[in-house]
Design a binder for this molecule. Structure first.
Ligand code: ZN
Length: 394
């Protein structure tokens, strides 16, 4: 309905306010561009940010989105940048090298006897390989990431602390990189690296010359793996399920948690623009939640009482079979702006707010629970709505 508050509609349909969406798109664009240390935008933004404090023009104006993105970059931990596409940091042979990756050793995620099956497998097929476990952990959203390599045969732990805003993915990639570096520097003839990060292994497996987004850490790991193969060292990387009580993996996990506090910096600079780019979405959600809390005090307060937090997906995505009429009727009920007599009287479409039954005000509560004219069908509707919204009152 025309009277529906737009801030409540945006929350209902998960369409962020335009100002926040513009900042989100600017962040995504800028953090991709800034990966290149030679990008011309950096020089212009640097000039602009020096002018702004001394200029009267910007005193009463909101700063441009790109300047805000640039400020976020300046405020964060120094990021790894390269003068060109990171693919060109590697020699051609490393780029076309196929690392030995096994995506399944035959142990399922919820296998009750995973540890015994795994140990038997190591004994049968990999007895002459050195098992090396890697894992990463992050305890808080803005906290550092702990990354660990655990080699049970030597009782050796390598632990690294990677500053925020790095992701667990980066932590896992660093752990694999450090494991390969250790194997290379100690010239271990046969090694089996065991990681529970499927996405890291997939990233390492893909062909870099066909990929749009190449992570520097993955490229470096690829280069080290190629050097291992040139020296005749056999390195295989295999995926094992996490939280399946596999001893080595559990210990690597515990080491990674400790590494958050006591880890040392990795030998490779580890803050990547990709991680900063991922913060754009969390920033958007945080700012939108804050804005919704404030704006709902002036409009959309009724809807805020049933939807205080912004959902991840709109509720109607779960009900694909609903027609547009049904969906909009439920949205009107949730927003409180609907065609019941009480609301129509409030916006001066009806002269009075009394229900057709003549007993009391035609509010949604009356129509659903007390109106004798439509009592017959209401229990069915009520059960239907309560099923959809569980304990939320409409
Ligand atoms: Zn009635």
């Amino acid at each position: 309905m025309r009277s529906s508050p737009s801030n409540a509609l945006q929350v209902e349909c998960l369409e962020p306010p335009l100002s926040l969406r513009r900042q989100f798109l600017s962040d995504r664009f800028f953090f991709r561009a800034a990966q290149l240390s030679t990008h011309p935008l950096l020089v212009h933004l640097n000039n602009l940010i020096n002018i702004i404090p001394t200029s009267d023009y910007w005193t009463h104006k909101d700063l441009p989105c790109l300047v805000k993105s640039f400020q976020k970059l300046l405020d964060s931990t120094p990021m790894w940048t390269s003068p060109g596409n990171p693919v060109f940091l590697l020699d051609y042979d490393s780029l076309v090298f196929r690392p030995n990756i096994i995506f399944s050793l035959g142990i399922n995620k919820n296998c009750p006897n995973a540890n015994n099956i795994f140990l038997k497998l190591l004994d049968e097929k990999w007895h002459d390989y050195l098992p090396v476990y890697t894992d990463a952990s992050k305890l808080s959203r803005n906290g550092p990431v702990g990354s660990a390599v655990w080699i049970p045969r030597y009782k050796l732990i390598l632990s690294f602390k990677i500053p925020s805003p790095s992701s667990v993915f980066t932590g896992e990639a660093v752990a694999i990189y450090e494991a390969v570096s250790f194997i290379l520097s100690h010239k271990i003839p046969k090694a089996l690296i065991l990681s529970d990060s499927l996405s890291c292994l997939q990233d390492l497996h893909k062909f870099p010359l066909r990929s749009k987004d190449n992570l520097t850490i993955t490229l470096r790991t690829r280069q080290s793996l190629h050097q291992c193969s040139l020296l005749g060292l056999e390195v295989t990387i295999a995926w094992i399920p996490s939280h399946s009580a596999i001893d080595g993996n559990e210990q690597a996990d515990a080491c990674a948690k400790q590494a958050i506090d006591i880890g040392c910096p990795s030998s490779h600079p580890t803050c990547y623009m990709q991680d900063l780019r991922n913060t754009a979405k969390t920033d958007l959600n945080r700012l939108w939640n804050e804005e919704w809390k404030i704006t709902s005090q002036s409009s959309g307060s009724r809807y805020h009482s049933i939807q205080p937090n912004i959902l991840v997906r709109p509720w109607f995505f779960r009900f694909h079979k609903f027609s547009k009429v049904i969906t909009s009727s439920i949205i009107r009920l949730r927003l409180g702006h609907n065609s019941c007599p009480a609301w129509l009287a409030k916006i001066h479409i009806l002269d009075h707010s009394i229900c057709e039954c003549g007993l009391e005000e035609g509010t949604i509560d009356h129509i659903f629970f007390n109106c004798p004219n439509i009592q017959l069908f209401m229990p069915v509707y009520t059960i239907f709505f309560l099923t959809i919204f569980k304990d939320r009152s409409i």
